[in-house]
Ligand binder design. Structure first.
Ligand code: TMP
Ligand code: ASP
Length: 237
């Protein structure tokens, strides 16, 4: 069956989602819009939508081969991809390998310290509350995921981390940290959703430590367009 783009279901800060003629599939359309600090800072990064679309699709295809189920179905244009429709589990799943960002602030440690084991953190996805950090007990108590589902999510998150660390090392990039989102399909299967891109990961050049991600925008450093293009090139895209 040919998939036909239908009406817009949702517009987020960085993507729009459209229904299709298949109830189990939607189309995501990546924008160049960039926000930070819960939407307080707004801007655009030229061609970010193309980089994030293609990079997410590329990395999710590789992860599928590693046995991690994802929402990826088919890239249909520079900015649009057909993905499986899911109910998003309202958690940001953050994995960290090196101190940076909010972790450095929270514990009063400089950025750039290698963590002896990867650290998983969860935030409850709620813009009005500013995505507060929560733990396993909150997640189970409030029913955002069951104990069993959370075990699957944590296992997938650590597998994604192990795979990406190695893959990126070969292209001269240190994976500092990243954020994943998971969703449930109609039959209850948990799959990796959302995106994996310089918007949602911290990438540091292994040799120079140069930031190749959205921190350039968040911190008004300049060079964000070039950083996204550099990551695109490193992945051979
Ligand atoms: P943090 O250090 O600000 O908590 O960010 C951790 C990681 O999560 C970092 O790679 C950026 C990513 N992230 C998002 O994808 N979305 C967000 O809204 C935030 C705050 C962080
Ligand atoms: N995109 C997020 C926001 O505007 C924040 C971020 O990525 O830093 O809330």
């Amino acid at each position: 069956m040919d998939i036909v783009k239908g009406k817009q279901l949702y517009e987020g800060k960085a993507k729009k989602v459209f229904e299709t003629n298949d109830p189990n599939l939607v189309i995501v359309d990546y924008k160049d819009d960039a926000t930070a600090f819960n939407g307080e800072k707004k801007g655009t990064i030229h061609d970010k939508g193309i980089v994030n679309n293609k990079m997410s699709d590329f990395l999710m295809s590789l992860l599928e081969k590693e046995g991690i189920p994802t929402h990826f179905v088919k890239e249909i244009s520079d900015r649009e991809t057909i993905v499986k429709k899911v109910t998003i589990i309202p958690l940001e799943v953050i994995v960290r390998n090196i101190t940076a960002g909010s972790l450095s602030k929270r514990v009063g440690k400089p950025e750039g310290i290698k963590l002896s084991v990867p650290v998983i953190e969860y935030s409850y996805k709620d813009d009005e509350l500013g995505d507060p950090m929560v733990n396993d007990y909150h997640i189970i108590s409030f029913g955002w995921a069951t104990k069993e589902e959370l075990a699957v999510i944590a296992d997938y998150a650590l597998k994604v981390n192990a795979f990406l660390i190695n893959y990126l090392k070969d292209v001269g990039v240190d994976l500092v940290d990243f954020k994943l989102e998971f969703g449930k399909t109609a039959d209850g299967t948990i799959i990796l959703a959302d995106e994996i891109s310089p918007d949602t990961c911290r990438f540091w050049d292994s040799k120079t430590g140069e930031k190749l991600d959205k921190d350039r925008f968040r911190r008004n450093m300049g060079g964000e367009e070039e950083a996204y293009q550099e990551m695109f090139k490193r992945l051979g895209l």
